[in-house]
Design a protein around this ligand. Structure first.
Ligand code: SF4
Ligand code: SF4
Length: 187
């Protein structure tokens, strides 16, 4: 009877010691927890950059964009909005592409709603012109959802109105020229 009693006590102590063994061992292991945000994990782990496959905030490079809309179509949650305006022939402000060729479209709107974005990366993959890339930047939490709606076009509202007006004037001019030509040939 006493023997069983003592064995039961020993069993309890033994099982507690086995459990504590792991805990005690870990007291001597090197820390792997990063005290984020006080310590930047990239710095404390000795890596300056995020891994190449990391998905963070997306960057838009307007001078590479052709307004093909492929990224907008590829986005599964419809969080990209694009609008463009055709560059009118003779526009002295005509923007240039990254490759040095004149751009054919003004990118009047390029918005990404990061409250919806699921960081799938499909838009980046769809862009064959390297106008979208994943950045290293992941610390952009905000207190206001509106701040996560990114307006990435470089055009001001005045510029957009101006270029729309130019295009409209040009369209009217072409129509008038065509009408005049048709009139002249019918005489
Ligand atoms: S990462 Fe995915 S969800 Fe986010 S904008 Fe690109 S396609 Fe849309
Ligand atoms: S896929 Fe690339 S080039 Fe086409 S609209 Fe999107 S960002 Fe611009």
């Amino acid at each position: 009877m006493i023997k069983t009693y003592i064995l039961a006590i020993w069993d309890s102590i033994h099982s507690a010691l086995v459990g504590m063994k792991i805990t005690i061992e870990h007291l001597f292991y090197k820390n792997v927890t990063h005290q984020y945000p006080n310590v930047d994990a990239r710095v404390s782990s000795g890596t300056a950059a995020m891994p190449s496959y990391a998905r963070n905030r997306i960057d838009f490079i307007p001078e590479a964009c052709t307004a093909c809309n492929l990224c907008e179509k590829a986005c599964p949650v419809n969080c990209i909005e694009i609008e463009s305006i055709k560059v009118v022939e003779g526009d002295t402000d005509q923007p240039m592409m990254k490759n040095g060729k004149p751009r054919k479209q003004w990118i009047s709107k390029y918005n990404i709603d990061f409250t919806k974005c699921c960081y799938c990366g499909l838009c980046v993959n769809a862009c064959t012109f390297d106008a979208l890339k994943m950045t290293d930047f992941f610390e952009y939490a905000t207190y206001d959802r509106k701040d996560l709606y990114y307006h990435l076009s470089e055009m001001t509202p005045e510029m957009v109105n101006n270029k729309k007006q130019m295009l409209e004037n040009n369209t009217l001019k072409i129509k008038a020229e065509k009408a005049q030509l048709a009139h002249d040939t019918s005489i």
